[in-house]
Design a protein around this ligand. Structure first.
Ligand SMILES: *Cc1c(COP(=O)(O)O)cnc(C)c1O
Length: 400
C-alpha cells in the first residue's frame, strides 16, 4: 500500500471493498494484461487489424458471428444503438446523432430502464418504455406483458433493449421472438453478468443480436474496454462508425471481415464512435485478459470470495450492535457480499458514520453504501487481497 503509484503522485489510494465500481477504478487488472499493454505501447499495429483479431477471439468465446471492443460496456450500448439506427448507410452514419428521417426508437420494458439508457440516447435514439412497475411495487403480478412490447414496435423502431439480471422479466427468449417477428434487433446489456463464464454464450444462444459485457469488471481487462458480440452486419456497422476514418480511398485496405468496402460504397466520415476510441494498448490488454478469463478456475475464485466474505462476516458479528449476513451470489453481485447491519444505539457508530469515516482515511477505504437506508454497509470480496481484507477488518473494528 505504501509503494502505491497513487501515493507517489500525491493521490490518496483506495482499498476497494465494494466491488467493480468504475468511480474507484473498476477492477484489479490481470498482471499478464498489464504486461501485454506495456509491450503494446512500445510499437504499432493497425487498430483495425487488432479489432479483427479481437473479433475472432470474441467469436470463439461467445459463439457470435463477430465481436468488437469498445471503450466500455456503456460505449458498446451507444455503438449498438448507432448500428441499429444507421445500418450500413453512410449518410445515416454521418448524420448521427441527428436521426431526422431515420427509425430511432429503442423499446425497453419499463423495469429495465437504468442510468445507462443515456448510452443509447448518445447515438440519437429515443427511448420508448413499455409496461408498468406492478410486480416490483406489489400492485400487480406482471411488470411488462409480452404484447405490450409487441404493440410498441412500429416503423420507427430501431431495436429492443433488454437489461440482463437474474430477476428481469419477461424472459429474454420471449422478447427475442417478438422482436424478430418484426425484424428488429435485440440489444442486451450484460455488462456485469460475468461470471458465470457460461453467460458469454448464453445470450448469443438465445438469439440476441448484440450483447455488451464490461472488459473491466470480472474479466479484469483494461477499465476502458467493453465487449460487443453479435451479428456480423451490425458489428461491421459499429466498426465503420468507430474506427478512425481519415483514409484516402485509393489506399484504403481495411480488413474485409470488419469493413466491407464494396458494401459501404465509399469512405465513411468520422463516426459517432470516434470520440470513444480504443487504443492499441487497451485492445492488446483486453485480448490478453479475455484469453486468461476463459482459462481461469472460476470455481476456485468463487471459493476464495466466499471464504473471504464468511470470515469477514464472522469477525464483525462479534462486535456489539452488529449483525452480518451474506447475500446470495446471484442477486446483484457475482460474489456473495457481506451485509453489515449496525444498530447505532448499541454500537459506537452508525453505518453512515462508518462509511463516511472510512472514505476519508488514508488510504481511503470504500465499502458499499447502497443499503444505508437500512442502517447497513456492504463488503464485496472481489477486489480485495487477503492482506487488504485484514486491514479493512482492523479499521472497521475501530469504529465498532
Ligand atoms: C458497469 C455497467 C455498465 C457500464 O460498463 P462500463 O464497462 O463501465 O462502461 C453498463 N450497464 C450495467 C448494467 C453495468 O453494471
Amino acid at each position: 500500500m505504501t509503494d502505491s503509484i497513487y501515493e507517489e503522485i500525491g493521490v490518496s489510494p483506495v482499498i476497494n471493498a465494494t466491488g467493480t465500481k468504475t468511480r474507484i477504478g473498476g477492477s484489479r487488472i490481470r498482471p499478464e494484461a498489464a504486461d501485454a499493454m506495456q509491450r503494446a505501447a512500445d510499437g504499432f499495429a493497425r487498430i483495425s487489424d487488432l479489432q479483427a483479431r479481437a473479433s475472432t477471439l470474441i467469436q470463439d468465446a461467445t459463439g457470435a458471428e463477430a465481436g468488437y471492443v469498445c471503450s466500455g460496456a456503456s460505449a458498446c450500448l451507444t455503438m449498438a444503438a448507432a448500428a441499429a439506427i444507421a445500418g450500413t448507410d453512410l449518410e445515416a452514419m454521418a448524420q448521427l446523432p441527428d436521426t431526422d428521417g431515420l427509425a430511432d426508437e429503442i423499446v425497453i420494458p419499463r423495469t429495465h430502464r437504468s442510468g445507462y439508457d443515456h448510452a443509447y440516447r448518445v447515438a440519437g435514439a429515443s427511448i420508448v418504455d413499455v409496461g408498468t412497475n406492478d410486480a416490483h411495487l406489489g400492485t400487480g403480478s406482471v411488470n411488462t406483458e409480452p404484447w405490450e412490447i409487441d404493440r410498441a414496435i412500429s416503423e420507427e423502431t430501431a431495436a429492443v433493449a433488454y437489461m440482463q439480471k437474474s430477476y428481469t422479466d419477461p424472459p429474454l427468449e420471449t422478447v427475442v421472438e417478438i422482436a424478430h417477428d418484426h425484424d428488429v434487433p435485440v440489444i442486451v446489456d450484460a455488462a456485469a453478468e460475468l461470471p458465470p463464464v457460461t453467460n458469454l454464450n448464453r445470450f448469443v444462444d438465445l438469439g440476441v443480436d448484440l450483447v455488451a459485457f464490461s472488459g473491466g469488471k470480472a474479466i479484469r481487462g483494461p477499465q476502458t474496454t467493453g465487449i460487443l458480440a453479435g451479428r456480423e452486419d451490425l458489428i461491421r456497422s459499429v466498426a465503420a462508425q468507430h474506427l478512425d476514418m481519415h483514409a484516402a480511398e485509393p489506399a484504403w485496405t481495411p480488413p474485409s471481415s470488419l469493413l466491407d468496402v464494396e458494401e459501404l460504397g465509399g469512405v465513411p466520415r468520422q463516426g459517432i464512435g470516434r470520440g470513444m476510441k480504443v487504443g492499441k494498448e487497451e485492445l492488446v490488454g483486453l485480448i490478453t485478459a479475455l484469453t486468461a478469463f476463459l482459462e481461469d478456475d472460476h470455481d476456485e475464485n468463487a471459493t476464495v470470495w466466499r471464504a473471504r466474505s464468511e470470515r469477514i462476516a464472522q469477525e464483525l458479528a462479534e462486535s456489539p450492535g452488529v449483525e452480518t449476513r451474506l447475500t446470495a451470489a446471484e442477486k446483484t453481485s457475482v460474489a456473495p457480499e457481506v451485509v453489515v447491519s449496525v444498530d447505532a444505539s448499541v454500537a459506537d457508530s452508525s453505518a453512515v458514520d462508518i462509511v463516511r469515516g472510512l472514505r476519508t482515511e488514508h488510504p481511503r477505504i470504500y465499502v458499499g453504501a447502497d443499503d444505508l437506508d437500512a442502517d447497513a454497509l456492504t463488503i464485496n470480496p472481489m477486489c480485495l487481497t487477503d492482506d487488504e481484507a485484514e486491514y479493512v477488518l482492523e479499521r472497521l473494528r475501530t469504529y465498532l
